[in-house]
Design a protein around this ligand. Structure first.
Ligand code: ASP
Ligand code: MG
Length: 394
């Protein structure tokens, strides 16, 4: 008997009809003889509605507001999981829903972007021994008797962490596309589905804005050596397997291209001692849990890319430290990930020539062994991603 964690995203449980379809999928896997643990997101659109309701009442800035906010926005998962459990029961499968605090899934106290610290598996083990399917709310855990959410898209992370805690044989992430693609198939028509991808590359793509998996889920699955697969709820295709070893045969120098339109650039110019200034900023950023996505510094200049949602706190920090800075909005980060970045220096030159042909100058560019990232004005991003994909991924 294998133990499989099946995670269903919001679009997979968007209606009662789809919840019944999901229940059929779970039932098939269960009747095939495996132990199944289900993790689900809220029905599509619900979390957005709950966030919107909260923000109509308060700005959600101080701790007590954050605590209520998390308690509100975690309720969508309660509904979808209860419905899945009911649909399974109607099919003659023993099932019950579990909320994060009931298990419990313990987190730190970073409300709205919590990290799971520990999961008690005793109740789940009992349920499995009793031939039950536990249906667990994704996206949430508990700290000091308060509900903590894990950040948007965090149900993937719940699933990976539960798979790790239970030492599951596999974690299947069911979604509305066939797997992981070379680029967002909604924007790039020629995007290809990858049958497998290395952890290193998917982690770089996901943390650069590819919305296919929550980055923390990849880190956990990598660390605990989970077999993780991304596949569609709506067909029986194979999906994309995440691979731990180097057995991925890279046919292209660039594995994939990601972009993130929800970023802000901060530039600090003419600083005396850029190292000291940076360390002061980073210390303060830690207090606000702000993590720059990309940064660049020279002797007298510092610039970094942060998530839009961190921009107001970043400004607070810089103002408090009395640091002159410039904020640039309406920009996007494009990232190319692949082995070619390291092995073929002409890639960077080709990127520059594409940008030049489009008349675009980048605000900031960095490259590492396997990634090139740069910032351009948002209105050009779809066009440039398509041009890059045509050049490197087709
Ligand atoms: N329902 C949450 C969200 O919309 C978590 C998730 O879908 O993974 O962000
Ligand atoms: Mg998701």
């Amino acid at each position: 008997v294998a133990l499989i964690v099946q995670k269903f995203g919001g679009t997979s449980v968007a209606s009662i009809e789809q919840i019944k379809n999901v229940a059929q999928k779970i039932k098939q896997a269960k009747l095939a003889g495996d132990d199944i643990v289900v993790v689900a997101s809220a029905m599509a659109g619900i979390t957005d509605q709950l966030i919107n309701l909260s923000r109509q009442v308060a700005n959600i800035e101080d701790m007590s507001q954050m605590q209520e906010y998390d308690s509100i926005i975690a309720t969508g998962e309660k509904v979808s999981c209860g419905l899945i459990a009911l649909a399974l029961q109607a099919e003659g499968i023993k099932a019950r829903s579990w909320q994060g605090w009931q298990i419990p899934i313990n987190t730190d106290e970073a409300f709205s972007k919590g990290r799971i610290s520990q999961i008690d598996t005793s109740e789940l083990t009992k349920a499995l021994a009793n031939d039950e399917v536990p249906v667990i709310t994704g996206f949430q855990g508990v700290n000091n008797n308060r509900i903590v959410t894990l950040g948007r898209g965090g149900s993937d992370t719940s699933a990976a962490a539960i798979a790790a805690a239970l030492n599951a044989d596999r974690c299947d992430i069911y979604t509305d596309v066939d797997g992981i693609f070379t680029a967002d198939p909604n924007i790039v028509k020629t995007a290809r589905k990858l049958s497998s991808i290395s952890y290193q590359h998917i982690l770089e793509l996901a943390s650069s804005g590819a919305r296919v998996l929550h980055p923390r889920a990849i880190e956990i699955a990598y660390k605990y050596k989970i077999n993780l697969r991304v596949l569609s709820t709506f067909n029986n295709n194979d999906g994309t397997m995440l691979l731990h070893d180097d057995s991925v045969i890279e046919q292209h120098q660039i594995t994939g291209i990601a972009f993130d339109p929800k970023i802000t650039v901060i530039q600090i110019q003419d600083v005396e001692n850029s190292q000291a200034v940076q360390s002061a900023i980073y210390n303060e950023f830690l207090n606000f849990a702000i993590k720059p996505i990309v940064y660049n510094s020279s002797e007298h200049n510092i610039s970094f890319v942060i998530h839009d949602t961190d921009a107001s706190n970043a400004v607070k920090v810089l103002t408090a430290l009395d640091i002159n800075h410039k904020i640039i909005h309406e920009v996007s980060l494009i990232s190319l990930v692949g082995i070619g970045v390291k092995s073929d220096p002409s890639i960077l030159q080709q990127v520059f020539s594409i940008l030049k042909a489009e008349g675009i100058s980048t605000l900031l560019l960095t490259n590492s062994e396997i990634k090139i990232s740069f910032v351009i004005p948002s209105q050009q991003v779809h066009n440039v991603v398509n041009k890059l994909h045509d050049t490197f991924c087709v």
